[in-house]
Design a protein around this ligand. Structure first.
Ligand code: DQA
Length: 147
């Protein structure tokens, strides 16, 4: 039987949410995002494993591990969105449904944020909805994975 568990991954500098450029990223802390995402996941009968890391390899390890015991991945790769072939390859390799989330609407920001290595292997991309984006991601995965 497939495990009813989702992986929530947040990349570099997202540990500073709440105090980091709140005019761009909002005032919700990472702890609040993780708690809210978990409670929405539970509503749909999912358990949630949450991890934030400032290190690319650690994110790759978590994605690889998800293959064994998760049914889907919610990922805000943060700055690695725009640089990481390793994260893209890891996501392609696990063959799980993936939602890429960005708090800010990257499409209306700087030029260097206009390319995502992750979007090409994501099933859905949510940007600009702030912390709500994570909740939308759970709803999408619950619908996609079914019961
Ligand atoms: C971000 C957008 C990225 O460009 C940036 O590097 C981040 C956060 C977002 O959530 O809006 O760290 O992923």
């Amino acid at each position: 039987m497939t495990e009813r568990r989702l992986l929530l991954l947040n990349g570099p500098n997202l540990n500073l949410l709440g105090s980091r450029e709140p005019e761009i990223y909002g005032s919700t802390t990472l702890a609040q995002i993780e708690e809210n995402t978990r409670s929405v996941a539970v509503e749909f009968g999912f358990d949630l494993r949450a991890l934030q890391s400032n290190h690319e390899g650690e994110l790759v390890d978590a994605i690889q591990a998800a293959r064994a015991d998760c049914a889907g991945i919610i990922l805000n790769p943060a700055a690695y969105t725009h640089t990481s072939v390793a994260i893209r390859d890891a996501l392609a390799g696990v063959e799980l449904p993936v939602v890429e989330v960005h708090l800010s609407n990257v499409a209306r920001r700087e030029e260097f944020r206009q390319h995502s290595y992750v979007s090409g292997v994501a099933d859905a991309v949510i940007a600009g909805a702030g912390a709500l984006g994570y909740e939308f991601a759970v709803r999408y995965l619950a619908d996609r994975i079914g019961s």
